[in-house]
Design a protein around this ligand. Structure first.
Ligand code: ASP
Length: 355
């Protein structure tokens, strides 16, 4: 919560909001979900009809409430109740941030056991996700087989291709346009040299789909190859691996709108703003492990009243997109580390890579 902490978190949130907005722009222009024909759409909607009816009722009751109701709804009246309901993730996030702030404010000898407990708890949960992901290839095969066998035509695949292209296109704009502009404007590091310096981290991120697993290599690249002071990198990068996921947030915006388009669910401007807010929070809440962004997408879908089971549509193509978005997540963290180090005067790039 220091000055550097405030700056880092502020820049992280700004880049994430930019990424979500870019994702929204791309998916609204290309409209990948509208490439499927009426027959496929009707069939898909029938499959999800029951839940869709419930959502409609919820959406109607939400319309009757005031505009600030969303803020009131973020505060849980019963944290155990919120934690046992998958639709209340924002309430849980609100509670844990509040809880974390309180933990900082009490004496360290009192907070330490709680922090150690949650650290271990977190490790165990991540291990469980690891084990579950071992079965993912089989699960994806089954999902894809069911989709192929039941799909009336090939247009769902064309739509999925267009959706994938939107995600990859948006990510490419971030990597090749947005970050280089930040580096050019605010640092002395040339974009080409920056990419050369962090290439090993990008490669590992691409192959593991986990920014957490990549963290040690990211730190090494940023410190050794870019000359960022350890004082900066040891704070900015671990925080970034946990909360700064520009790739994940961009992907969540594209995926949420894509699923809405497939289900012919019209999104208002207010819905799009809700996506900006929830995708930013959901990416902050996503663990830095494979597939986490897909799970957190449920929050975004719930918030705009789109059937969350719709993630089944995009599950099969998620892994390659996860590889790409994780690469962007790591690139974003490294860019911000370089930026903060430049602002604080704590960077000493090797001579050959100075502007
Ligand atoms: N795999 C991503 C990461 O570790 C998170 C995600 O699923 O988007 O950064």
């Amino acid at each position: 919560l220091s000055k550097m902490g405030g700056r880092t978190i502020g820049i992280y949130v700004l880049t994430t909001v930019f990424a979500v907005s870019l994702g929204l722009l791309v998916v609204n222009v290309v409209q990948p979900g509208n490439t499927i024909n009426e027959e496929t759409r009707t069939e898909l909607m029938e499959k999800f009809a029951d839940d869709a009816q419930k959502r409609k009722e919820a959406a109607v009751s939400q319309q009757e409430q005031g505009p600030l109701q969303a803020l009131v709804d973020i505060v849980p009246s019963n944290i155990i109740g919120a934690a046992s309901d998958n639709g209340n993730m924002l309430q849980v996030i609100f509670f844990v941030i509040f809880f974390g702030v309180a933990l900082i404010m009490i004496p360290e000898n009192k907070s330490k056991p709680v922090i150690t407990f949650f650290d271990s708890f977190n490790e165990a949960i991540l291990k469980m996700i690891d084990l579950i992901m071992l079965a993912a290839p089989l699960g994806v095969f089954a999902l894809l087989a069911a989709l192929v066998a039941k799909s009336p035509s090939t247009d769902i695949f064309i739509a999925l291709g267009a959706y994938g292209a939107c995600v990859v296109g948006g990510l490419a704009l971030m990597v090749f346009v947005f970050y280089p502009i930040i580096l050019k404007l605010f640092t002395k590091v040339r974009p080409m040299d920056f990419f050369k310096a962090i290439a090993p981290a990008q490669l590992l991120a691409f192959s593991t789909s986990s920014s957490a697993a990549t963290l040690p290599v990211t730190m090494d690249c940023v410190e050794e190859n870019l000359g960022v002071d350890n004082e900066i990198s040891s704070f900015v990068l671990p925080v970034g691996a946990t909360i700064n996921m520009d790739g994940t947030s961009l992907y969540q915006a594209v995926a949420a709108v894509f699923i809405a388009q497939v289900f012919a669910h019209d999104l208002t401007l207010a819905d799009q703003l809700t996506i900006v807010m929830t995708a930013t929070l959901a990416s902050i809440g996503s663990a830095a492990v494979p597939g986490a962004g897909l799970l957190m997408l449920i929050i975004v879908l719930e918030a705009i009243g789109v059937e969350p089971a719709g993630i089944a549509l995009i599950f099969a193509v998620d892994r390659p997109l996860d590889m790409c978005r994780t690469t962007l997540n790591v690139t974003g963290d490294s860019t911000v580390a370089t930026l903060i180090a430049s602002m604080e005067g704590k960077i000493n790039p090797p001579k050959k890579i100075q502007n």
